[in-house]
Write a new protein. Structure first.
Length: 640
């Protein structure tokens, strides 16, 4: 289950209803005090906390906060009020788009006390007889069923989902159930006998975990910058599929033994006062909070806790947590989780800033994670795909607006991109020691160039090694960022020379190189790859060996003109799944999304692990040795 949209009203600066479209990666940009962190904290309140009266918007007459989260990718089978599976669709608990929409409403009195209600916004059967259907536990459902004199042989009377379906079918025998939008309350001063409380308790188990990290708070003994990663490890492990049955068994054993002792107490009370004993029964009003039972901490061999160590080490732990999660999240049993950070660049060395952002990007590309973070750093923002940029600004009337970096059709939102550039400043800030800027399409091409240069340098010391070379700065220009670097010439005022190296599989890249070379500027040179993409330079055996290290066996023939990332992603998928590549999902849009994720993952592995399996012999076999050396010689000529 993934977050698709956040809707906020009455919360701090968001007095009016404001919608936030969520993707896998969400990078929030805007001027100071415009409401960036408020988005992250609104999500934290929805998933983990409650607001206080000071969180109310200062707009006149506002005494209520509403935070709504809309989720897609909802499970096709779900357990609501019993152990029998059902679905949100069949229970009419989805909105008009077939999504789960949950609204939390926090109301405040004049004295500042608050109350909370939770609603499912859904298209519910428009029939007065069925209005309270979800409120009924098994006994009232059977009573309702019996009152209508329905055939008991057609349903399992112990199964609430079957009973509800039979009752709906009775009032709509043709199956054409008319529905109307309804705010179905599922929490907030409901009686313990109200079945909706059980539904909400069950639904919460399917919602993503939400982990919010503040990087710039003062560090102290209770600093959650360090405690949070350890707490989140506990929370995540407790939601794993292999752990949940163990917790259920433990809970049942404790409850059974406790109830037995409680019943013995009532038996003894019955001997003293039978009238009083008749009114008592044992009950467990709340589910056990396992994450408060288990504690996890980091300490060194001397027993010194991490929060007593230097801030640099503590920051590295946070970075390491996210990098470790990249691998952990690849497990199919990992629960859905949303990671949120405020300004990860704060108090970090520039190298660590980039590492943490790359880790967050990779996390967002796994099947069961989403990432939110705010930033003021232009060097980090330029690493982010346009579709992941979220810009917040106020109009002349002080109303807040949220805009995406791309339009609904996927094209660049040029106005917003220009606003982002104006807000953050003209993009990179190269060090004075940088002599040449190397423009490539993205991070994967940077990895490829660095690794090829290392291999060639090992054979011949005269070949430039790009690894940790402070004279070279890389500028990713993927997609239409070319416009801002080449057409708008943002960096032409700098003294550094420019070398542009792009694939040749897209006309726009070929034209960009032609236009750039047509300027006849001796300090600006462009190249297109001789093959379609940089990935075509790889030897098929190097790819097979890289996947073999992951215990994945694939068979490839010699690379030709294929789209290599797609070819590899498809081959890996078919080696691991019985589901055909074109049948990954019945919905064409979701199928394309899942395929793109797999291709992105393959592309990343090809340019990291697979390229490390390349050798001089394999580079020569592919016929690209002189081409790569030519690029490196051009770069080196500007350094010299």
């Amino acid at each position: 289950m993934k977050l698709k949209k956040l809707i906020v009203s009455g919360f701090r600066s968001y007095g009016q209803r404001t919608e936030f479209e969520a993707g896998d990666l969400n990078v929030i940009i805007g001027r100071n005090d415009v409401g960036k962190s408020t988005i992250l904290e609104a999500l934290d309140i929805f998933f983990n906390d409650k607001p206080d009266v000071n969180d109310l918007s200062i707009d006149d007459g506002v005494n209520q906060i509403e935070i709504t989260c809309i989720f897609n990718d909802i499970p096709s089978s779900i357990t609501l009020d019993q152990t029998s599976p059902t679905s949100l669709e069949s229970e009419y608990l989805v909105n008009s788009n077939g999504e789960l929409e949950i609204k939390k409403q926090f109301s405040f009195t004049a004295t500042g006390t608050s109350s909370e209600k939770v609603f499912i916004v859904c298209n519910y059967p428009d029939n007065g007889e069925l209005e309270k259907l979800m409120e009924m536990k098994n006994t009232p459902l059977k009573t309702f069923f019996g009152r209508l004199k329905l055939d008991e042989d057609t349903v399992d009377l112990r199964n609430n989902a079957e009973l509800r379906k039979a009752l709906r079918d009775h009032f709509y025998p043709d199956g054409n159930i008319t529905t109307a939008s309804k705010d179905l309350q599922i929490e907030g001063r409901l009686d313990n006998e109200d079945n909706r409380k059980k539904i909400w308790a069950s639904l919460k188990k399917y919602l993503p975990l939400y982990s919010l990290f503040f990087v710039d708070k003062p560090l102290n003994d209770q600093d959650s910058d360090i405690q949070d990663p350890m707490k989140e490890i506990i929370k995540e492990v407790l939601k794993r599929e292999e752990i949940l049955p163990l917790l259920r068994d433990l809970k049942n054993a404790v409850q059974e033994a406790s109830s037995s002792l409680a019943d013995d107490t009532i038996t003894e009370l019955n001997k003293l006062d039978s009238g009083l004993a008749e009114t008592l029964r044992s009950s467990f009003p709340k589910e056990p909070s396992w994450n408060t039972i288990f504690k996890l901490a980091l300490e060194d061999e001397r027993g010194i806790p991490l929060n007593k160590r230097g801030s640099g080490l503590r920051r590295l732990v946070l970075l390491s947590f996210f990098r470790a999660q990249v691998e952990n999240r690849r497990s199919a049993s990992a629960p859905n989780i949303i990671y949120a950070l405020e300004e990860p660049e704060t108090s970090q060395h520039p190298d660590f800033q980039l590492m943490i952002v790359n880790a967050l990007k990779e996390l967002s590309e796994t099947d069961n994670a989403q990432v939110f973070f705010t930033t003021h750093n232009s060097n980090l923002a330029k690493e982010i795909p346009r579709k992941s940029l979220r810009y917040i600004y106020k109009d002349d009337g002080d109303n807040i607006h949220l805009e995406n970096g791309t339009n609904p059709d996927g094209s660049d939102n040029e106005e917003i991109i220009d606003r982002i550039i104006q807000t953050l400043g003209a993009l990179p800030d190269p060090k004075n020691k940088v002599k040449v800027l190397v423009f490539v399409e993205g991070e994967n091409d940077i990895n490829a160039l660095i690794n090829y240069s290392k291999i060639l340098h090992e054979e011949n010391n005269d070949v430039l090694n790009l690894e940790n070379n402070e004279a070279v700065a890389f500028i990713p220009t993927g997609g239409s960022q070319l416009k801002h670097y080449i057409e708008k010439k943002h960096l032409d005022g700098l003294l550094q020379a420019q070398v542009h190296i792009y694939d040749s599989d897209k006309d726009e890249y070929v034209r960009a190189v032609e236009d750039l070379n047509a300027e006849n500027d001796p300090r600006k040179i462009g190249f297109n790859t001789s093959m379609d993409e940089m990935e075509n330079f790889l030897h098929h055996e190097a790819i097979q060996e890289a996947y073999a290290d992951l215990s994945i066996t694939i068979e490839l023939e010699e690379i030709d003109t294929q789209d290599v990332p797609v070819l590899v992603a498809r081959t890996v998928h078919e080696a691991q799944s019985d589901v055909a590549w074109d049948d990954i999902h019945a919905d064409p849009v979701k199928r394309e999304e899942k395929q793109k994720k797999k291709v992105s993952k393959a592309k990343r592995l090809l340019n990291k692990e697979a390229i490390e399996k390349m050798s001089i012999e394999r580079i020569e076999s592919r016929g690209v040795k002189e081409e790569i050396i030519g690029w490196l010689e051009t770069i080196n000529s500007f350094i010299d």
